[in-house]
Design a protein around this ligand. Structure first.
Ligand code: F6P
Length: 341
């Protein structure tokens, strides 16, 4: 078989472990793999590299993706899907492994319906994909944020300051909730629950009365006030219609300082959360996903996505991944709340 592999959407740690696993399995069984560069753009432009054992050597600890990525949407290009189908035919591609989040997998599902042999692998630091318990990339992001919160604790305590930490996650508060619990945040604000700033300030003031003169507030970039819109960095949309979130940390920080009179600083972690070497968990998950993706291709189970259910790797219909956003389990948030204030 000739297998094509691509990584689309925002990069995340663990992508290379999937690429490595697919290539290693395929080569062991005498198949060929090519890697399309920059997501769907690579198939549209026939931009690819041959993936042999040499090209994947040493990539397991590397963050990002050796193939490059982009947010190119073939359905926004003139004749995009037809070009992709023709190029796959010309390159004699038997099957494609599409590694991505809701956008990349949404395209994969449409192209599958149009006749391409595709299997999907879910990735995103946001952990917001339905049909899988976890995506790889998330654990690494959470560990980075946790370490940052640990570091902010010592400086917050030294200065008696409130530290607001803005984290990524789009419209789901998974990173904020997990990293907030792990880092011992004194309040966590997530998109799933509208911000009640009075309650946040009250909680900080109570801590002060108890003698705790510093606080760490974790806010997800997609968190919103009741009846208000999300905060965006600019009004532009990407090819999948997404705005660039960001800015809520600054707003929250100003309000807290005004209302409590306590000195407040904000740290926006941004792309730090997506960079660097994957954790062991993400390397193992990516590896298991890659091996399973290859097995699905061998079994000709196209239109499927690999997924983690409990401790098992299973496969589910591709369309299940993107049907609805997986938001934070409110039982988990209740646990986080025990430690507020
Ligand atoms: O989906 C992953 C993610 O990192 C989100 O958490 C964030 O909102 C977005 O991508 C940022 O996108 P970009 O890298 O295009 O700025």
């Amino acid at each position: 078989m000739n297998i094509g592999i691509l990584t689309g959407g925002g990069d995340c740690p663990g992508l290379n472990s999937v690429i490595r696993a697919v290539v290693r399995k395929a080569i062991q069984e005498n198949h060929k793999v090519i890697g399309f560069r920059y997501g769907w753009k690579g198939i549209l432009e026939k931009d690819f590299i041959n993936l042999d054992l040499f090209s994947i050597s040493g990539i397991l600890p590397k963050g990002g993706t050796i193939l490059g990525t982009s947010r190119t949407n073939p359905y926004k290009k003139e004749n995009g899907p037809d070009i992709i189908k023709n190029n796959c035919k010309e390159l004699a591609i038997d099957a494609i492994v599409a590694i991505g989040g809701e956008d990349t997998l949404g395209v994969a599902q449409k192209l599958y319906q149009e006749g391409l042999n595709i299997v999907g692998v879910p990735k995103t630091i946001d952990n917001d994909l339905s049909a899988t318990d976890f995506t790889f990339g998330f654990d690494t992001a959470v560990n980075i944020v946790m370490e940052c919160i640990d570091r902010l604790h010592t400086t917050a305590e030294s200065h008696n300051r409130i530290m607001v930490v803005e984290v990524m996650g789009r419209h789901a508060g998974w990173i904020a909730t997990y990293a907030g619990i792990a880092g011992g945040a004194d309040y966590i604000l997530i998109p799933e629950i509208p911000i009640d700033i009075e309650e946040v300030c009250l909680s900080i003031q109570q801590r002060h009365k108890m003698g705790k003169k510093f606080s760490i507030i974790v806010v997800a970039e997609g968190a919103i006030f009741k009846d208000k819109d999300i905060y965006v960095q600019d009004k532009g949309l990407d090819e999948f219609g997404h705005v660039r979130l960001g800015g809520i940390g600054n707003i929250i920080s100003k309000i807290i300082e005004e209302k409590t009179g306590f000195e407040t600083r904000v740290t926006v972690l941004g792309h730090i959360q997506r960079g660097g070497s994957p954790t062991a968990f993400d390397r193992v998950l990516g590896t298991r996903f890659g091996v399973k993706a290859f097995e699905l291709i061998k079994e000709k189970k196209f239109g499927r996505m690999v997924a983690l259910k409990g401790i098992e790797i299973i496969d589910v219909p591709l369309k299940d991944a993107t049907e609805k956003l997986k938001t934070v389990d409110l039982k988990l948030y209740e646990i986080a709340k025990i430690f507020f204030g």
